[in-house]
Design a protein around this ligand. Structure first.
Ligand code: IPM
Ligand code: MG
Length: 368
């Protein structure tokens, strides 16, 4: 019996610059099919505001089930001012949060690497960011993003109260901490775990459970606990002290935007959101750039597609067992930067400014 090597990729371009950057990824997948004898089957569907416009809801059941069945989801971005006034539960971002929660993608990996060619694009001094290589491990399915009770309710005097709840259990903390420790072992062997144990009980629990896991299973990995506000400050003061940063959903959201800017541009940062393997050994996964929909520059063909292209490279590595192809793609990005090609967000004196599609084409020419 012939074993089919077909792998299904679901592309969800979404809103804002999402469609522009995902278009470049699609070209690369097509190149891989043609030149590397791979058999990726691509499906493309609406999500977020684009789905609201067409179907009145941010994600349809049909698209949701496709995301369960495919080998990896690659998402552009969700949201924009056009849908800001919608009721909370109908906003574009709910689609993304539903995918994360229902696919149980609890581990969000956000690497912040400062490419040598772009040291001058950072707003920080070159000696502070040169050689920077941090991995942020963000918990993605718990904490204040999902805690109950939540809502806005009337109180006396015609006033209202907004409520969100921050909770974490031992199991939730330990499973994400394990991801951080396992990654650290393959890197510089250090985890910095962030919380606010000085003001939050859930932070105290976070600190204790991470420490307990280290003492029992990861004795040889260095563990440092740091208050999240201090971590935000240290990222600017001396970011190279970090190897793996472990944080909950909300602190991880904020610290990863900050870390992104150390590398020069939010347009460079990919991310992988991973679940655990199911009983058939299948890993659920979603890959997306960290940058979001950037409505101010949407439709102008000036967005940087590198974050999304590097997200594809993470998909090749983590979900598709194609390390060689991932290396090839990473190298192609490096070569294009070496040639001095830059999208608007990272252009500097003496470099050549290119459009989104020119950047994609240049990366493909380096694959060749
Ligand atoms: C991110 C984004 C999302 C988040 C939004 C779009 C819901 O900021 O992935 O970092 O807050 O998680
Ligand atoms: Mg964010």
């Amino acid at each position: 019996m012939a074993i089919s090597n077909t792998r299904k990729l679901l592309l969800l371009p979404g809103d804002g610059i999402g469609p522009e950057v995902v278009r470049e990824v699609k070209k690369i997948i097509e190149w891989l099919n043609k030149n590397k004898s791979l058999d990726f089957k691509i499906e493309e569907e609406l999500i977020g505001g684009a789905s609201i416009d067409a179907h009145k809801i941010p994600i349809t059941d049909e698209v949701f089930y496709k995301s369960l069945e495919c080998d990896a989801v690659i998402l552009g971005a969700c949201g924009g001012p056009k849908w800001d006034k919608l009721e909370f539960s109908k906003k574009p971002e709910r689609a993304l949060l539903k995918l994360r929660k229902e696919l149980k993608l609890f581990a969000n990996l956000r690497p912040a690497i400062c490419f040598e060619q772009l040291v001058d694009s950072s707003t920080l001094k070159p000696e502070i960011v040169s050689g920077l290589d941090i991995m942020i491990v963000r918990e993605l399915t718990g904490g204040i993003y999902f805690g109950e009770p939540r809502g806005i309710e009337p109180i006396k005097n015609n006033e209202r109260k907004g409520i969100n709840t921050h909770t974490y259990t031992t199991a939730e903390i330990k499973r994400i901490a394990k991801v951080a420790f396992d990654l650290a072992k393959k890197r510089k062997n250090k985890v910095t775990s962030c919380e606010k144990s000085n003001v939050m009980e859930a932070g105290v629990l976070w600190r204790e459970e991470v420490q307990d896991l280290k003492d029992k299973e990861f004795k040889n990995v260095e563990l440092e606990h740091m208050l999240a506000d201090n971590c935000a400050m240290q990222l600017l003061r001396n970011p190279k002290q970090f190897d793996v940063i472990l944080a909950d959903n909300l602190f991880g959201d904020m610290l990863s935007d900050e870390a992104a800017m150390l590398t020069g541009s939010l347009g460079l940062l990919p991310s992988a959101s991973l679940g655990s393997k199911d009983k058939n050994g299948k890993l659920r996964s979603l890959y997306e750039p960290v940058h979001g929909s950037a409505p101010d520059i949407a439709g102008k063909n000036i967005a940087n597609p590198i974050a999304t292209i590097l997200s594809l490279s993470m998909a090749l590595r983590y979900s598709l067992d194609l390390d060689k192809e991932a290396d090839l793609l990473d190298q192609a990005v490096q070569k294009v930067l070496n040639d001095g090609l830059r999208t608007k967000d990272i252009v500097s004196k003496g470099k050549k400014e290119v459009t989104t599609s020119q950047m994609g084409d240049a990366i493909i020419s380096k694959l060749n």
